[in-house]
Design a protein around this ligand. Structure first.
Ligand SMILES: [Zn+2]
Length: 491
């Protein structure tokens, strides 16, 4: 059997003011047949490595194609999207035949001229390979599941966990379904259930943790091949934006539809409980200061993982104003500040205008006097899997009694080594504030006595009813409407 793999990954915040371009995709890759070697620290390389190892085990020919990955921003430039898409798909023509094509895509990529890049990619792959090849995609649950994607692919599998710690495992499941289908062992049939919701669904707490267990239980039933929940990405305005359940059954559309409806209704019936309700900055700081142990606060609205700039300093300003002691804060994206501090040198104390540079969502900058405690060239942090995530040249600043990390490659704060890699001793800190919506929990929970997501100002506001959707087809969704499916409950 001949297998092809490739990937193009970014999550588009259609409300973000600046586009995703070549520089965004060049912070990590792109990888041209070398994701499993040169890119093995990136999640694209980790996943391509999983697929390569499975293919080797099973004695299949493996062609490793183009992989590229960009931090979320606004829509990708159309010419760049087309260039990368065409480069990614070219081997399907030039090196055919292929029995199976495995894609690692995000599912919420929007370009200037296309609201559904993944549907476009999968549709073109199908047109090249024809009906006999098995085509599938592994997607992030923060995706917009579209009829174009479902129609073009034989199988689509999503990560189940948020934080996304399970992507290698889900990649293995997709491989098993597609290679099984290629030898006639199964015939995947997919059905979607639209929950008519927009929301935010961390899986490390109830009721979502229990709903993930229900999905896994459903997968053990005869004939059910895969159950996924597409959380949707609230800050991507496309016709298909929203939360949907996707079920693949073996040659049984009725079974796929009934399991999708069952799981979808289970999620829908918990919709009120699932709405995020976080304390504001004052409330969160009061809670944190009253706590005896190590508290990790999350600056949820300024998470670059959702397309925010990561340079809003509102939470840091409030921490300084309330006189918090033994605290750490990171990571602010401010390459200008990093440059100035690198020039001044370690040990220098100087005035800085920190953050607040990119747009309205950045808020106001803050004028501080800071001491440069350390500089690390090409700093990086542990990713959610076994890989690492680049932060570029970075500095440790001391401002009052707060150790602050400033980076020059934009990324959310995923791991304690974003701090400790610069020399900051987190064990002596009582309060650690990170720019992340939820992914930080995977690596910070082990060192924290308490985790507090904070309703901060910034790009990613959780008032989903108020998001100004122009393209989204279904405007009568929860929480804008209490009970759009008419099942009772709700407010
Ligand atoms: Zn995601």
């Amino acid at each position: 059997m001949r297998l092809f793999t490739a990937g193009l990954i970014t999550e588009t915040n259609t409300f973000a003011p600046w586009p995703t371009g070549r520089r965004g995709f060049s912070e990590i890759g792109p990888f041209r047949g070398d994701a499993t070697t040169r890119g093995r620290d990136d999640e694209t390389g980790v996943l391509a490595g999983v697929w390569k190892e499975l293919a080797r085990r099973d004695g299949h020919e493996f062609v490793e194609g183009f992989f590229a990955h960009a931090q979320p921003s606004g829509p990708t430039l159309q010419s760049l999207y087309e260039e990368y898409r065409d480069e990614m798909l070219a081997p399907l023509k030039e090196q055919r035949p292929f029995d199976v094509a495995l894609f690692f895509l995000h599912g919420a990529m929007v370009s200037a001229g296309c609201d559904d890049c993944e549907g476009d990619i999968l549709g073109r792959a199908r047109a090249i390979l024809g009906p006999k090849a098995r085509i599938g995609a592994l997607l992030d649950p923060h995706c917009h599941l579209t009829p174009q994607m479902i129609g073009a692919a034989d199988a689509i599998v999503l990560f189940k966990e948020y934080p996304h710690v399970d992507y290698p495992e889900r990649g293995r499941e997709l491989y098993a379904i597609l290679t099984g289908a290629a030898v006639g062992r199964c015939r995947p049939v997919t059905r979607l259930f639209d929950c008519r919701m927009v929301g935010f669904y961390p899986t490390t707490k109830e009721p979502m943790a229990g709903l993930v267990r229900r999905m896994k239980e459903a997968e053990r039933r005869p004939g059910v091949l895969s159950v996924s929940f597409g959380h949707g990405f609230p800050w991507g305005d496309t016709p298909e934006t929203g939360s949907k359940v996707l079920v693949i059954a073996d040659d049984d559309a009725g079974l796929a539809a009934s399991v999708a409806a069952e799981i979808g209704h289970g999620i829908y019936d918990e919709r009120e409980t699932l709405l995020p309700r976080y304390p504001d900055i004052a409330g969160a700081l009061a809670r944190a200061q009253a706590h005896a142990g190590i508290v990790v606060l999350a600056d949820t609205a300024d998470n670059s993982g959702g397309g925010a700039p990561s340079d809003n300093v509102s939470l840091l300003r409030a921490m300084l104003q309330s006189g918090v002691k033994r605290a750490a804060y990171g990571s602010i994206w401010d390459p200008v500040t990093v440059r100035i501090c690198a020039e001044a040198g370690v040990g220098a104390t100087l005035p800085l205008r920190l953050g607040g540079k990119c747009g309205v969502a950045s808020g106001d900058p803050m004028d501080v006097v800071a001491t440069v405690k350390a500089f690390v060239a090409d700093h990086s942090q542990q990713d959610l899997g076994p890989g690492r995530c680049p932060m570029g040249d970075s500095v440790w600043l001391q401002i009052g009694d707060i150790d602050v990390v400033v980076m020059s490659v934009r990324t959310q704060t995923l791991s304690p080594d974003a701090f400790t890699g610069l020399g900051i001793d987190l064990s002596s800190r009582r309060m650690i504030a990170v720019k992340s919506s939820w992914h930080f929990q995977a690596n910070f929970a082990p060192i924290a006595d308490e985790l507090i997501p904070v309703a901060t100002p910034g790009a990613l506001q959780m008032d989903f009813a108020a998001i100004d959707y122009r393209k989204k087809r279904d405007q009568r969704f929860f929480p804008r409407v209490a009970d759009p499916l008419g099942r009772g409950g709700g407010r």
